[in-house]
Design a protein around this ligand. Structure first.
Ligand code: ZN
Length: 109
């Protein structure tokens, strides 16, 4: 992902509107690009600070942002794990079916 794309996704990410591959690529980029990370942090802090001024909530904004990033990463990784498990199961099912077909073929014919 390029910085130009990443910048477009910052607001979406902050508002929890970024999903799937775009979210994954965004997180990957943010982790290695200090410029975009700072941009996102500034946006996030501004938005949250304004909200918390109104609601009188906690002020550990940086901590919250880091938690949000960590949780999102976990979700993305979890999703990849599920996709992988599904693939393995599908493959196993395919193998079992193939085995059965070969067995039936060998046994009855
Ligand atoms: Zn960047």
């Amino acid at each position: 992902m390029k910085c130009k794309d990443s910048e477009r996704y910052i607001t979406l990410f902050i508002n929890d509107k970024l999903t799937g591959t775009r979210l994954k690529k965004f997180i990957e980029h943010i982790e290695v690009c200090p410029t975009c990370f700072n941009e996102m942090e500034t946006n996030y802090l501004l938005k949250e600070a304004l909200q918390r001024l109104e609601s009188d909530g906690s002020y550990d904004l940086h901590g919250d942002l880091m938690r949000k990033l960590k949780n999102t990463k976990k979700c993305v990784e979890g999703h990849e794990m599920i996709t992988m498990v599904r693939r393995v199961m599908l493959l196993s099912a395919g193998m079992a079916l193939l085995f059965e077909l070969v067995f039936v073929y060998a046994f009855y014919l």
